[in-house]
Write a protein that binds this ligand. Structure first.
Ligand SMILES: Nc1ncnc2c1ncn2[C@@H]1O[C@H](COP(=O)(O)OP(=O)(O)O)[C@@H](O)[C@H]1O
Ligand SMILES: [Mg+2]
Length: 306
């Protein structure tokens, strides 16, 4: 559906994107995970057709996504990182303006506005001024405003920054519902938990380059370390753990044993075997590498600290 081919974009001497390529299939929930300054918003603005790449191209259903191609741009909705609403207008008035920009009129426009207010859980606030809204309410309104024309692709640029936990969950839920109904989503974030929870595929971006793309399990195979079980208890001999040796590699120190699991190992098999050997499974501690570990492995720095 969306093809991004070798896209480059610089601001003066700052190379914001360097040779970015990726393909998105219809209905995907795609994550763009990277720290501040990675190039996420720049890529979003290029896909939205708000800016032109310096080189490379971006096509939606085979058509160029450029600032002058409105037909293609109408197939997507864009929720920018910075909330773009008229504060001195009501929720409903804002939606009417956005809808008209997309060419909606009359009964259809009113129907879409009513649905948008329901989706955003803002029916009771339709006549309230946006400036009285919390960050989360504004964000919800901004997202549904980008959906009034029923795009097939929604670009959401860090939609949960500055949003309370309750609104965040509401945003997750309605994005997941819309996605299950067929909407493709590109979701940028610097929170690895969000990417892991929401996205069917994730691209890790840093310094304008895509470092890895795949499903979460695919990405995790890029890490040289795997799930491990820490087994406390100096009184447990290595011999007593012999039944587990087929599942991984065992290392031991004075306090504990650590069984680093083979990629093919199923955790449930380990526990079944351990229980039948009457090992103290309740004290087993599982360590599972996550996207943070992967980011550290790929870049040498932490996603959280950067
Ligand atoms: N309008 C701009 N002018 C100059 N530099 C910019 C501009 N927008 C972004 N940059 C720079 O481009 C890089 C990528 O920024 P951005 O796409 O906003 O990253 P992210 O959204 O991942 O935080 C950063 O180094 C940023 O400082
Ligand atoms: Mg950004």
């Amino acid at each position: 559906m969306l093809v991004i081919d070798n896209v480059t974009k610089s601001y003066g001497s700052v190379a914001a994107l360097q040779g970015v390529s990726l393909e998105l299939k219809a209905g995907e929930f795609f994550g763009l995970l990277g720290p501040n300054g990675a190039g996420k918003s720049t890529l979003m603005a290029l896909i939205a057709g708000l800016r032109r790449p310096d080189s490379g191209d971006i096509r939606l259903d085979g058509q160029a996504l450029t600032p002058d191609n409105l037909r293609s741009r109408n197939k997507l909705g864009f929720v920018p990182q910075t909330i773009a609403l008229y504060e001195d207008l009501t929720a409903e008035e804002n939606l009417r303006i956005f809808g008209r920009l997309y060419g909606l009129r009359g009964a259809l426009l009113q129907e879409r506005i009513d649905q948008a207010l329901v989706t955003a859980h803002l029916q009771d606030r339709r006549r309230h001024y946006v400036k009285t809204f919390s960050g989360g309410m504004q964000r919800r309104l901004n997202i549904v405003a980008a959906l009034l024309h029923r795009p097939k692709l929604l670009l959401c640029d860090e939609p949960t920054v500055g949003v309370d936990p309750q609104s965040r969950n509401a945003i997750f839920e309605f994005l997941q519902t819309l996605n299950s109904e067929g909407l493709a989503v590109i979701y940028s974030t610097h929170y690895m938990e969000e990417a892991a929870k929401l996205c069917s595929r994730i691209a890790i971006i840093d310094h304008g380059r895509l470092l890895a793309i795949g499903t979460l399990p695919q990405l995790m195979t890029r890490l040289p370390f795997r799930e491990s079980l820490r087994i406390e208890g100096a009184n447990l001999s290595r011999d007593s753990l012999a039944p587990l040796l087929s599942f991984g590699e065992l290392t031991s120190d004075a306090d504990a044993h650590v069984l680093t699991l083979h990629a093919s190992t199923h955790l449930s098999d380990v526990f079944r075997e351990a229980e039948s050997a009457q090992l103290p499974t309740s004290s087993f501690q599982l360590t599972r590498p996550d996207l943070e570990d992967l980011f550290l492995h790929l870049t040498g720095k932490s996603l959280r600290d950067s």
